[in-house]
Write a protein that binds this ligand. Structure first.
Ligand code: PLP
Length: 338
């Protein structure tokens, strides 16, 4: 449980603020909603990948890597943040971007995170949706190795036990903040995708016996698959931490009812959640992850799943850079006075 034993770069802006959302709580009329601002972690607009990359990039550096590779969807926040870390460390970065949504929209394909990837000096190549991105990345890594390069390959979303350590640390940080102000957290809520965030949080919360239920709102996979992915990674993360056996299957809960048509395709309630946070709290969500997580949170409040007086913490995982890749979905019905 002693995280200082793992190699780590200290580049994130930590601790991230824990704030009460007064206007959103009032509008929803039930529980007290708090937000953990992991959209403010720093490194190219911030987001949850910063905490993971502190551990992953320290490992890359320790192994003497001269190029890091990773993969993700076209508007991957993880790809953008990896590019920023590589720039900071003076390591080359090569990205494989999958057009998972099939979009031909120029903003989706060139603006937002893609623009930032290239600003940070990363090179990239694209793949059509549906290909085995892990295999594609291995093939390209082999190409680099054949040229004599030392490649460090980061899995999609930075989700392996090393990356998940970043969210073990976040669990400790959040508990420290809540304890310091006498805040009893009844539920912790977050978006869940490649699983490292939820798995790290579970391993961390269980290792210190926090007894805070964690709910993940899925963005892609159906519930059984998402929960199994999180569970397997949480087990491995707990083992890496030196506390095997703390994670149980029932600790892992994902609700995938807010995914809609598929990954990266916002629904009406995703857009509504983005608007509510922006208009009531001055906070930017994103159309792929935090917008869907917040849509789930809002619906749970409206349906009374979270009770009056309960304290809910929404972990904001970032992603606002992707808003600029989704101008079409966001501009569609806003009020413009010409
Ligand atoms: C990657 C990402 C997530 C999902 O986190 P995982 O660890 O992949 O489950 C959530 N929100 C944003 C903004 C992300 O970029």
């Amino acid at each position: 449980m002693h995280l200082a034993r793992f190699p780590r770069l200290f580049l994130a802006h930590l601790p991230t603020p824990l704030e009460r959302l007064d206007r959103l709580s009032a509008a929803l009329g039930g529980p007290e909603i708090w937000i953990k601002r992991d959209d403010c972690t720093g490194m190219s607009t911030g987001g949850n990948k910063t905490r993971k990359l502190e551990f992953l990039m320290a490992e890359a550096q320790a192994e003497g890597a001269d190029v890091v590779m990773t993969q993700g969807a076209t508007q991957s926040n993880h790809a953008r943040q990896t590019a920023a870390f590589a720039a900071k460390l003076g390591i080359d970065c090569h990205l494989l971007l999958e057009n998972r949504t099939g979009s031909k929209n120029p903003d989706y394909n060139h603006n937002g995170n893609v623009l930032l990837d290239h600003l940070h000096g990363a090179s990239s190549e694209t793949r059509p949706g549906g290909v085995d991105m892990h295999a594609e990345m291995e093939a390209v890594a082999e190409r680099y190795r054949a040229e004599g390069r030392r490649v460090y390959v980061i899995p999609g979303g930075g989700s392996n036990p090393t990356g998940a350590l970043g969210y073990v640390d976040c669990a400790y940080e959040l508990l420290g903040q809540a304890n310091a102000r006498g805040l009893v957290i009844d539920h912790l809520v977050t978006a869940t995708g490649s699983a490292g965030t939820q798995a790290g949080l579970i391993a961390g919360l269980k290792a210190i016996n926090a007894r805070i239920p964690l709910l993940g709102f899925g963005v892609r996979a159906p519930k059984p698959k998402q929960e199994e992915n999180v569970y397997q990674l949480a087990l491995k993360t707990a083992e890496k931490l030196g506390c095997p056996g703390v994670v149980e299957r029932e600790d892992v809960v994902a609700d995938t009812e807010y995914v809609g048509e598929g990954y990266g395709i916002p629904r009406e309630d995703t857009i509504e959640a983005i608007r509510l946070f922006a208009e009531l709290e001055g906070i930017l969500l994103d159309p792929v992850y935090s917008g869907k997580g917040a849509a789930g949170l809002i619906d749970y409040c409206r349906k009374g799943y979270f009770k009056e007086g309960e304290r809910i913490v929404f972990l904001h995982t970032g992603g606002s850079a992707a808003l600029f890749g989704y101008t079409q979905s966001l501009e569609a019905d806003h009020d413009v006075i010409d």
